[in-house]
Design a protein around this ligand. Structure first.
Ligand code: SF4
Length: 316
């Protein structure tokens, strides 16, 4: 027996019909495959999407992102069913810190306020004093009435924050995102030589040498706005995960966006983000899998850390 091949447009129609029938909202992170971004009701950064989910009157949230993002959506919307379409969508940055390792660092640095990047598990968030995103990390640390900070888990984001706030004593945990950390200044210079008039926009999860040569350092949401700050430029070199190029091209079809990979074959695709396919989204809605749950006590702690952060105004 042969299995009928379903086209992308048929799959998209089926997904939208299922979502309508089940009162579901489909959210996609900027790093998802283009076709997954295009089927979603909302595309954005992890926290922005969780806030959209919280305000939505949908009964089901299908989170096309990675596990910690779906957890954040559950923390902010505990009464909604949150689905992650593929359980392989983890995150090695989030996995680099555990409740045990954070507890050990807290004991090593007593009296430090723990600021944890949202790219972390709900359990780790619950053990932290406040969360931050790549968009508001500097504002969050600046807003704290203490100089002693323990910043977790991303060392590159932590260093970027510490460089901008020399008045703070920032101890930085040793995690990193392998997709951003693999990039070197030499890679970006190589791309820049082919388009010398281009503007370099980098994510703060990139290493120091890339941050130093960037015209703008910002979150994925910030990148969509950053283009407008260089209106005369025709080409923008983007130092972040490949999926971001899709949203930039959609929003600015007359501009050119080049990935800052600088090497053939290294396309900066995060294997966790790219674990989710259109077929997974359809199955997730049809079978209502895979439900993400967070224990009630963890929800209370993680929500407190997230809400403290949300109360701090965003930089961009
Ligand atoms: S790009 Fe992938 S590995 Fe890096 S922080 Fe995001 S989900 Fe994690």
């Amino acid at each position: 027996m042969t299995t009928a091949v379903v086209s992308k447009s048929e799959l998209t129609t089926q997904i939208h019909e299922l979502a309508r029938r089940k009162n579901a909202v489909i959210l996609a992170h900027n790093y998802q495959w283009p076709e997954v971004q295009d089927v979603a009701h909302h595309v954005g950064d992890s926290l922005g999407l969780s806030i959209i989910a919280e305000k939505s009157d949908a009964d089901i949230i299908v989170f096309c992102g990675v596990h910690f993002m779906a957890e954040s959506a559950k923390v902010l919307s505990p009464n909604k069913k949150v689905l992650l379409p593929n359980l392989a969508a983890g995150c090695s940055l989030a996995d680099s810190i555990t409740p045990e390792s954070l507890t050990e660092w807290k004991e090593r640095y007593p009296g430090h306020t723990v600021v944890t990047y949202v790219n972390s598990s709900a359990e780790v968030k619950a053990l932290s004093d406040i969360c931050c995103t790549s968009a508001n990390a500097v504002s969050v640390v600046r807003s704290l009435p203490t100089d002693k900070i323990l910043f977790t888990p991303d060392r590159n984001l932590g260093r970027w924050v510490a460089d901008q706030l020399p008045e703070k004593d920032v101890v930085i945990y040793d995690g990193c995102c392998p997709i951003h950390d693999v990039l070197r200044g030499a890679n970006v210079e190589q791309v820049h030589r082919t388009t010398p008039d281009s503007v370099v926009i980098a994510h703060p999860e990139c290493r120091e040498d890339i941050i130093a040569m960037a015209d703008m350092v910002c979150s994925t949401t910030g990148m969509l706005k950053a283009v407008e700050q260089f209106p005369d430029a025709k080409t923008y070199i983007i130092a972040t995960e490949n999926g971001m190029i899709h949203q930039l091209k959609k929003q600015y079809p007359d501009k050119e966006f080049v990935l800052a990979d600088g090497c053939i074959g290294c396309r900066l695709n995060c294997p966790y983000m790219k674990a989710i396919t259109l077929e997974d989204v359809e199955r997730s809605l049809r079978e209502e899998v895979f439900e993400v749950d967070v224990p009630p006590d963890v929800i209370i702690g993680a929500r407190r850390s997230l809400e403290r952060m949300i109360a701090v105004p965003r930089d961009n």
